[in-house]
Design a protein around this ligand. Structure first.
Ligand SMILES: Cc1cc2nc3c(=O)[nH]c(=O)nc-3n(C[C@H](O)[C@H](O)[C@H](O)COP(=O)(O)OP(=O)(O)OC[C@H]3O[C@@H](n4cnc5c(N)ncnc54)[C@H](O)[C@@H]3O)c2cc1C
Length: 528
């Protein structure tokens, strides 16, 4: 596919009818907002629904953008959400990665270990057993346990009735046993002590910028099994996905208002009544309001702490938002042979050894970053191998915190630019050393997104790329619930990623419809 002149997102227009009352208003036109809108339409009739989005396009964090002659994307890995897409009629031409899931390099001083992690849990298990024969028995037990635990998640109900609660210990004992367990503790339970084996397994927690000692074991297992079972990427650009969802939403009667930032959620007597758009006096009323934007902004600024019980504000105070990222998008000349460099994996990941994720996360929590030549983690992706467009590379580096990035961007542009260049050069050198020899000689276009960039586009003050962090202390029942203390106001925050965004829609709509669509199931399993 040659470079297109127009991105799919550029075709999307507002179709707001200027009405001042809706059955449902959804704040945020990212994947969570769009999934919620589409699933709601599919399971209701004649409801007036409005999605309000502050940017000039839908898709939020999942988008594409142009720089010079090149088109770049934020998201890279398309998870297995095919059944939800089919249910909704969302079409997208996807490439499936049949063989390998990840090329993984671990650098320990002078030692460099390389793994090619295959797709599919069974293949992964056998791969690990072959690579670590002395640990074969432990690997077998861990993987079988993980698969069984993940299958039990399917049996859980989102808001359990008394009967559901009574049967949960029999239907999902492994889930209950692991609610407070970190991934690292799960590996300990199976006596996985070989540092090299742990390095490979912990790939699935460092993915989201959380170390295994803090990540929920259920979350990490789910991320591993759901992402590696069937993995895709679009043949076109990533913005086609939200653009196709938006078109369907509008064709089915939904209204979209772009370039409209919600400044306030109007709360009267503990009940959400409507929204106020920045720069306008008019209140748009709604029977139900769903916010899919940054949790802290939604609850502290749009609702306001005065409208929330003290207990809930305390929970907000204790909530850890996820890390941010630096993303380096490179447009390369046509003299480089990317196809010959063994890069066509959903992810190519390089990091230093065991303990790296902990050091990086601790520094993030302290408001700094700990990246250095001896401590790093980066994913290197080559989208043009699938899109067929001019050569592009994305280098994705997480966890970064906000630190001074916003301050520099606002008040010291020289410093901001210098820091961007510094970190750009740092990660380009890593990509060049481990994956793409000669990379720097071929760069034509460079776009570096910092935590300040992510903050600007998403509206998250912390530039958090995954909303609430997936640490064990805010997993499952300890996560802020969808139902907020304000009547008729909901905040779906199942988890992150495109899978999480779609599941936000599934659980949210099922909750609004008293389980009539998904039968209260925690994963997608609609009533026939
Ligand atoms: C660089 C990067 C790479 C990623 N890679 C992957 C990947 O490969 N695979 C994967 O599955 N996931 C990936 N993710 C995560 C994934 O993109 C997100 O988890 C998902 O898109 C979040 O969707 P969302 O709708 O919940 O939130 P968002 O995308 O943040 O959408 C929220 C929307 O609300 C809007 N908004 C905010 N404030 C207001 C307001 N006051 N009024 C109106 N609108 C407002 C925002 O503009 C935004 O459009 C990546 C994320 C990033 C940042």
């Amino acid at each position: 596919m040659a470079n297109k002149t127009k991105l799919a997102k550029e075709d999307i227009q507002s179709n707001y009818s200027l009405s001042d009352h809706y059955d449902l208003i959804i704040i945020g036109g990212g994947i969570s907002g769009l999934a919620t809108g589409l699933l709601w339409q599919k399971n209701t009739e004649g409801k007036k629904t409005l999605i309000v989005e502050k940017n000039s396009y839908t898709g939020g964090y999942s988008t594409s953008f142009r720089k010079g002659d090149y088109i770049f994307e934020t998201t890279q890995l398309f998870p297995d959400i095919i059944n939800i897409m089919e249910y909704l009629g969302v079409e997208l031409k996807l490439k499936r990665y049949e063989k390998d899931f990840m090329r993984r390099i671990v650098v320990n001083g002078d030692r460099v270990d390389e793994y090619k992690i295959p797709s599919g849990p069974e293949n992964f298990k056998n791969y690990l057993k072959n690579n670590f024969p002395e640990d074969a028995g432990k690997i077998e037990k861990l993987m079988d346990y993980s698969i069984s635990m993940f299958s039990q998640v399917r049996k859980l109900k989102v808001i359990p009735t008394l009967k559901d609660t009574l049967v949960t210990p029999f239907k999902a004992p492994k889930v209950l046993a692991n609610l407070n367990r970190t991934y690292s503790a799960l590996l300990d339970k199976f006596e996985i002590t070989n540092p090299k084996l742990r390095e490979v397994l912990e790939t699935f927690t460092s993915f989201s910028g959380v170390p295994s000692g803090r990540a929920s074991s259920i979350y990490a297992t789910g991320a591993m099994l759901s992402s590696m079972t069937r993995t895709f990427r679009p043949y076109g650009y990533f913005d086609e996905f939200p653009a196709n969802m938006t078109k369907l939403f509008q064709e089915r009667g939904g209204e979209l208002r772009l370039k409209a930032e919600v400044e306030k959620i109007i709360v009267d007597n503990g009940e959400a009544k409507g929204i106020k758009i920045r720069g306008e006096d008019k209140i748009i009323e709604a029977d139900t309001i769903i916010t899919t934007i940054d949790t802290m902004v939604a609850m502290r600024q749009l609702v306001g702490e005065d409208n929330l019980p003290g207990e809930y504000v305390k929970r907000l105070d204790n909530t850890i938002m996820s890390t941010s990222s630096i993303n380096i998008a490179l447009g390369l000349d046509d003299k480089i042979d990317l196809a010959g460099m063994d890069l066509d994996y959903p992810y190519n990941v390089v990091s230093t050894g065991l303990g790296t994720a902990e050091k990086l996360f601790d520094a993030f929590m302290a408001g700094n970053n700990a990246f250095s030549e001896d401590c790093f983690h980066a994913a290197i992706i080559c989208p043009s191998l699938t899109t067929g467009s001019k050569n592009t590379i994305t280098i994705r580096c997480t966890p970064f915190g906000m630190g001074n990035w916003n301050e520099w961007r606002k008040n010291d542009r020289e410093k901001y630019k210098a820091e961007k260049e510094k970190w750009g050069d740092f990660f380009i050198a890593i990509a060049e050393e481990y994956f793409i020899p000669g990379l720097s000689k071929h760069i034509v276009v460079k776009d570096i997104a910092t935590p300040a960039t992510f903050s600007r586009y998403s509206g998250s003050p912390t530039g958090s790329i995954y909303d609430m962090a997936s640490v064990v202390s805010q997993f499952g029942p300890k996560r802020l619930p969808f139902k907020t203390p304000v009547k008729n106001l909901y905040q779906p925050k199942f988890a992150h990623g495109l899978y999480g965004g779609m599941m936000n829609g599934v659980q949210m709509v099922d909750m609004l419809l008293d389980r009539k669509f998904n039968d209260g199931n925690s994963l997608f399993n609609p009533r026939k």
